[in-house]
Every structure is written in structure tokens, then in C-alpha cells.
Ligand binder design. Sequence first.
Ligand SMILES: Cc1cc2nc3c(=O)[nH]c(=O)nc-3n(C[C@H](O)[C@H](O)[C@H](O)COP(=O)(O)OP(=O)(O)OC[C@H]3O[C@@H](n4cnc5c(N)ncnc54)[C@H](O)[C@@H]3O)c2cc1C
Length: 367
Amino acid sequence: MKPIIVLGGGLAGASVAARLARAGHAVTVLERETGPHEKVCGEFLSVEACSDLETMGLDAHRLGGVPIDRVRVHHRARSIEAKLPFLARGLSRAVLDEALLQLASRSGADVQRGVRVSGVDGRKVLTSEGAYEAEHIMLATGKHDLRGHARSTPATKDGYIGLKMHWRLSRSALEALGPAIELILFDHGYAGLQRVGARDANLCLVIRRDRFANIEGGWDGLVASLMGEPGLRQRLNDAEPLFAKPLAIANLPYGYIHQPQSDEPAHLWRLGDQAAMTASLTGDGMAVALRSARLAADCFQRGASSAAFQALLARHAGTQVRRAMRLQRLSERPLALRLGLLAAELCPWLLAKSAGFTRLPSYPHVV
Ligand SMILES: Cc1cc2nc3c(=O)[nH]c(=O)nc-3n(C[C@H](O)[C@H](O)[C@H](O)COP(=O)(O)OP(=O)(O)OC[C@H]3O[C@@H](n4cnc5c(N)ncnc54)[C@H](O)[C@@H]3O)c2cc1C
């Protein structure tokens, strides 16, 4: 019996592998990285993501996820704070992704690391270590498209860049940050800052590519210019960067939702960012990835076709993706942003309301 081959051992890939292996299927995961690694991500683990992890027996708190229960928005001299209508966690991706891959392995999946997939030819998976024959293929390579299987939304030149750096904060900055996700809004982008450990915080930025290209000095120039934002200056003043250089990713096809194609092979399943890519501002991308894996495993078990799964996932995640995109686009329009912030200043509960409005719905009924 040929195995189900999962391409990519990130959130979606590792969790679908764990679920299917646990159900008794032969599963092989091909992951190009050789060990735990960080990824560009805000690391805001939403309540939906935490509850999908729980269904696999993983507890975000036990993994070291720090509680996040409020949101603070900074725009120039203005700061607005509200309590979130749910409890989220801040957790490093190196820890989370590794926990999921280990779970896949313990569940019986054959996890092969350091194997780079270069293409798919029918049921044959071509890799740096030779070819593998699969019964079904789960495409979960995240933001990285496979040649011949690129997402239908072409990356645009005026697209976004994502950047991430972990910082060791001073005691006073850590206390001031507290259990909050802080959003620092600036021209053509935003930064998210939150704790991801006892003393460390993650700064993740999304910025227009053309704007980043115009900043002299690249990352250092960007950080220097952001230190002009009072909200960030207070936190990063005495902070020590923990990576030699920031992690970066370009051409983010935000808003992408894969629709089943008539010419797509029935043995190919798309998961995670390969199926839907929501706006980062609402911090639910990991939930979408985990949910896609749960739905795929469920559909597979019930004998549903990959096309039926893709249609169900597009319907299930579509509303969240569209709402998140609307919010992200509004935050980029100066007038809309000013009006929105004014309203939130008068009624801070509006922040909590928009956080609640952009959540992934509860798990759907799968027939
Ligand atoms: C700037 C930014 C900020 C974000 N912030 C948040 C946030 O705060 N909260 C949130 O919930 N979501 C956030 N997201 C979204 C979230 O990071 C993604 O949605 C999620 O990681 C998708 O999971 P995945 O499993 O599809 O892909 P990934 O987790 O990226 O996994 C893909 C895996 O495939 C492997 N791979 C890739 N190509 C190959 C290949 N050719 N061969 C073998 N292996 C391969 C990679 O090494 C990787 O391990 C953010 C995204 C961005 C860009």
C-alpha cells in the first residue's frame, strides 16, 4: 500500500499527518528543514488554534505559551487598549511546529527531515532524495509554491513583506507590555509586538514592499525609523535582538482562497497557506492551517473527495479571510484609520468587537 505523502511539516502538514497516522493510515511527511526552526509569524496563537491543538492532545499552556488577553493599538502619540473577548497565547513557532512534528512521529507517521520537494508528477513526488510514490498527496508547503502547482493568485510587485525578530526586553518593558498584543500602525504597514516567553518578545512586521525598498539601510533603517513611534520606542529602547538577522518573507498572497479546479487531480489535497491565506492583522492564520488539517483528515476518513474538502474549507474559512482582509485594507487608508481610531478611543470595546468579528467559526459539521 502506497502512503499518503505530506509535503511540508509545518502546522498543517504535521497535524494532518498526526491525525491520519493515528487513524491507522500509512503517512510520510517530507520536511526540507533538518530541525526546529523559526518562521515569519506574529506567533499570536488564537483561541481557535489552541482549541484545535487540544483536540490532538496538545496544550499551548504546557508548551510554554504565555497568556495574551488584551490588545493595545498605538498610532503616533495615540494608544488605545481593550480586553480581548478570548484568551490567546504567545508561543514561538520553533517550539510549536516541533511539538506537532513530534506528535506526528509518535502517532506513527514516518517524518523525514532535510528532504526538499522539487515537484509532483502525477502520484510521484520528486525530491532531493529521489522519487516517492504516493496514494494521496497533501500539499502543505506554506507560503512556498511548488513549481507547476503555484497558487492562482500571482504575487504582485506592490505586495507585502513580512519580517520577524525576537528581542530580550528589559524588565520594565516586559512589565509595561504585560499580557497584551500591541499593534503599532505606521504608514503602509504595521508591527505586532507580544511576549513569546518569560523574557522575550516577538516583533513581527508587515510592510508594503515598495515602501520597504525605499527605506535606506534595510532592516536597521526600518527599526530606526520605527523607534520614532512612541509605542515601540518605550519597549525596544534597551532590548537585545536575539537573531543575527531578521527572518523575512516576500510576496504574501493575502486573501487567497483556493477553489477546487476541474483539472486538479483527485489525489491532491491543499492545506494551510496553500489553501487559504488570511490577513495577518487578525492573528488567525495558524488557526486556518490547523483547521484545514483537521477538516482534511476528517473528510479523508469519511471517503470524501479532495474537491469536496477544498469546497468545504473555502466555505468554512472564507468569511474569516474576507473580514480580515477588509480590516487590514481599512487600516491602510489614512482617513478610515483616523476615523476608526477616533471611534475606538471613544468606545474601546470596538477593538474587542473587531477582534471577535474576525474569528474562524467553530468546527463545521462534516458529512
Ligand atoms: C508576517 C506574518 C505574520 C503572521 N502572524 C500570525 C499570527 O500572529 N498568528 C497566526 O495565527 N498566524 C499568523 N500568520 C500566518 C501563519 O504563520 C501561517 O498561516 C501558518 O504558518 C501556515 O501554516 P502552514 O502549515 O500552511 O505553513 P508553514 O507553517 O509555513 O509550514 C510549511 C512547511 O513546509 C516546509 N516546506 C516548504 N517548502 C518545502 C519543500 N519544497 N519541500 C519540503 N518542505 C517544504 C517548510 O519548511 C515548512 O516547515 C502570519 C503570517 C505572516 C506572513
